[in-house]
Design a protein around this ligand. Sequence first.
Ligand SMILES: Cc1cc2nc3c(=O)[nH]c(=O)nc-3n(C[C@H](O)[C@H](O)[C@H](O)COP(=O)(O)OP(=O)(O)OC[C@H]3O[C@@H](n4cnc5c(N)ncnc54)[C@H](O)[C@@H]3O)c2cc1C
Length: 347
Amino acid sequence: MRHDYRMREMDLGGGAAPVLRGHFLYSEPMKKHVSWRAGGMAQRVYIPADLEDLGWLVRSVPAREDIHMVGLGSNLLVRDGGVSGVVILLHGVLKKLAIESRTQGMPPAPTGRETALVYAQAGVAAPKLARFAANHDLVGSEFLAGIPGTVGGAIAMNAGCYGSETWDKLVQVLTLDRQGQLNERLPGEYVTGYRHVALKQAPPLPNPPPHAGEGTNVGLRAPNPVNEWFVGGWFRLEKGDGLAARETIKQLLKKRIAAQPLSLPNAGSVFRNPPGDYAARLIESCGLKGFCIGCAQVSKKHANFIVNLGGATATDIERVIEHVEETVEARTNVRLIREIRIIGERQ
Ligand SMILES: Cc1cc2nc3c(=O)[nH]c(=O)nc-3n(C[C@H](O)[C@H](O)[C@H](O)COP(=O)(O)OP(=O)(O)OC[C@H]3O[C@@H](n4cnc5c(N)ncnc54)[C@H](O)[C@@H]3O)c2cc1C
């Protein structure tokens, strides 16, 4: 469904492109923007001024260039050879977070339960959403307090822990496509699963926009390009005990500090847990805890984490990932599936 009231705010159709109001960074070290604190440069980074500006930017990027939406980079490795195209940083830009009073066009609330809708834009930190909800006596999003990414990243990854996942709470998302068009979409339009989200029907490839610049060539696009990104989501949460929710958050964070190597740069769990098992258990059973290449190490505290001991390159990290995959497969017959995302070129 087209997002009518916001389209009035953001009518990108027809008229000439305005001057972009965000700013570009060139040859930007991506290690500054990912939690692993390692990796190569982005040819161009764009920090949009707001949603409208983001729409114009997306629309103006030639179709042959990739666009990489990045939140807090807490699940991302950028290879040392760098990344071409445009990296867009959303954290702290799309930061609206509010109780949604609008009911028109929203999926109906379930009967027999008192609920409220929270609207969060993609650049809001996921823990901030959890605290905001608890402070408004809304429960169900406490698990997000320990996930150090953005709401956009949590939606894109279906981030979750302790039995809860982001899409369990989402009732609608707002997306931006490559034509600069906003779309409201319902969960039923997606296939969602364990750290997996995909539109059932892929959005069409963009028509070259009128101001796309020379050389626009849809035929040169990379295979399986991402053509649509999350810019916000509506979370339906139950009314409950805010004090208890804040206590749950406290306990959750304590549990994480005890179990995870949070004093060293990392990207959380590198691999998905295989059905009925734990990636960490399999990795540990292969004697890989503490395994190192360069300054990248399989954490001694949690075997599904790879930590940067200081000065690790993305190549070190990727080689550790590959070594873990190969060793675990050879010894246990289980091929681990990566949870983290890797972009860019090898050096
Ligand atoms: C210490 C630690 C603990 C963690 N614990 C958990 C956990 O318990 N559970 C869990 O699920 N994850 C966990 N993670 C991983 C990570 O925090 C989550 O995957 C998080 O949701 C990623 O959000 P981000 O904003 O950092 O995304 P990024 O790392 O910036 O991006 C991740 C992927 O999502 C895409 N993306 C980002 N924003 C958007 C957008 N707006 N629209 C479309 N695509 C987008 C990116 O292109 C990329 O492919 C942990 C990470 C760390 C460092």
